[in-house]
Design a protein around this ligand. Structure first.
Ligand SMILES: Cc1ncc(COP(=O)(O)O)c(C=O)c1O
Length: 391
């Protein structure tokens, strides 16, 4: 058969059909695997080159199917799956950084990533420097001989800042610095950072990859030699993805592209409707021309994705009133669901940051993040508009 398009692979890549002749992919809900002989069992442990399943902390066919689909979509050679997005991020840091190393990270990163960088890494002698996503020209001066990794989210959570991955790769490649991109907000349906020079791409699969707010998961993809190191770390320390969650996530990938198209068209319609509203000072969405990095978004993303933010002129108090007035949209801190979600980062996901740190990454008291769902777009807009009236 000819080489299939990645979109088709996300639908058609499947664990080998069993004797039951199932159509949907099977779920191998098993902790361990059996051997035909004592010799085979011995070989499974002694010969690292054998491609056999031993124990589901190491590998599992359902988890491998999920990894293969993500790797195909991200144009990566291989991958490793983890129980959560944070386990993927922590696994990358722990595998590739050691005492005395230095990491440069965007300051606009997810709250728990910030906690790992600022609270735990210094405890183990790993130094970090932050840069402002809006000042990429400041990165070069932060590079030291001990710098081993450059870490970004693009678009960032929740500020939707965007950075030129191509430019970052041009800084990293000549210096052997690993470029790691958290691609959670865009998903591989919208952006493939490896095509712009990223070394490793990771996801909280909990978000758009699941797409229906059911299970937690994480995944990291990249070159085979890097993935091998990561695999050994995950296999030995244990944050492996459960086969059940992998099955749910793998089935979700069959609809990823069609879902992301609809999330993005709903989000763009909504962003345009909200622009200029009397209660709102600014609407931010990657594919609005007013976005500060609109040109970069257009270059590296195929749509603006499913998240938009806006700033309420009335600040914290208006933010609370707005959330309390919503009738349909869910008030929860997850994102990337078929159901629209409103959240208030300053009082939830980023509450551990100091006021100064929040200001530095654009999390103002009145910032509202909308994860735009798949509902009929006028119903989403009407709920936001009526809540704005009461805010
Ligand atoms: C950009 C980003 N990265 C990582 C994570 C962490 O993922 P998880 O909750 O699956 O551990 C999140 C969660 O919200 C996120 O938004």
């Amino acid at each position: 058969m000819k080489e299939l398009h990645p979109i088709t692979k996300a639908i058609r890549l499947q664990t080998e059909r069993t004797l039951e002749k199932e159509h949907s992919t099977p779920l191998f809900l098993t902790s361990s695997f059996v051997y035909d002989s004592a010799e085979d069992m011995g070989a499974a442990f002694s010969d690292d080159t054998l491609d056999v399943n031993i124990y589901s902390r190491f590998s599992n066919p359902t988890v491998d199917e999920f990894i293969a689909k993500i790797a195909a979509l991200e144009n990566a050679e291989d991958g490793v799956a983890t129980g959560t997005g944070m386990a993927a991020i922590f696994g990358v840091f722990m595998t590739f950084l050691k005492q005395g190393d230095h990491i440069i990270s965007a300051s606009a990163v997810f709250g728990s990533t910030h906690t790992i960088l600022t609270k735990y890494m210094p405890k183990w002698g790993i130094d970090y420097s932050y840069f402002d996503m809006n000042k990429p020209e400041s990165i070069e001066a932060l590079i030291k001989p001990s710098t081993k990794m450059l870490y970004v989210e693009t678009p960032s959570n929740p500020g939707l800042d965007i950075i030129d991955i191509d430019f970052l790769a041009s800084l990293c490649k000549p210096r052997n610095i690993l470029l790691v991109v958290d691609n959670c907000f865009a998903t591989p349906a919208v952006q493939q950072p490896i095509n712009f020079g990223a070394d490793l791409v990771l996801h909280s699969a909990t978000k758009f990859i699941d797409g229906q707010g059911r299970v937690l998961g994480g995944v990291i993809v990249g070159k085979k030699e890097l993935v091998k190191e990561l695999y050994l770390f995950i296999r030995n320390t244990g944050p492996s993805l459960s086969p059940f969650n992998a099955w749910v996530l793998s089935k979700s990938l069959e609809t990823l592209h069609i879902r992301m198209d609809k999330h993005a068209s709903n989000a763009l319609t909504l962003a345009k409707k909200l622009e200029g509203h009397a209660k709102i000072s600014v609407v931010k969405y990657p594919f609005l021309e007013t976005h500060p990095q609109y040109a970069i978004a257009k270059k590296q993303m195929s749509s603006g994705g499913g998240i938009l933010t806006f700033e309420l002129k009335g600040g914290l108090d208006s933010g609370r009133k707005f959330l309390n007035a919503l009738e349909m949209i869910s008030m929860t801190n997850n994102l990337g669901d078929s159901r629209s979600i409103a959240s208030h980062p300053a009082s939830t996901t980023h509450s551990k940051l100091t006021e100064e740190e929040r200001q530095a990454v654009g999390i103002t008291p009145g910032l509202i993040r909308i994860s735009v769902g798949l509902e009929y777009v006028d119903d989403i807009a009407d709920d936001i508009l009526q809540a704005l009236e009461k805010s």
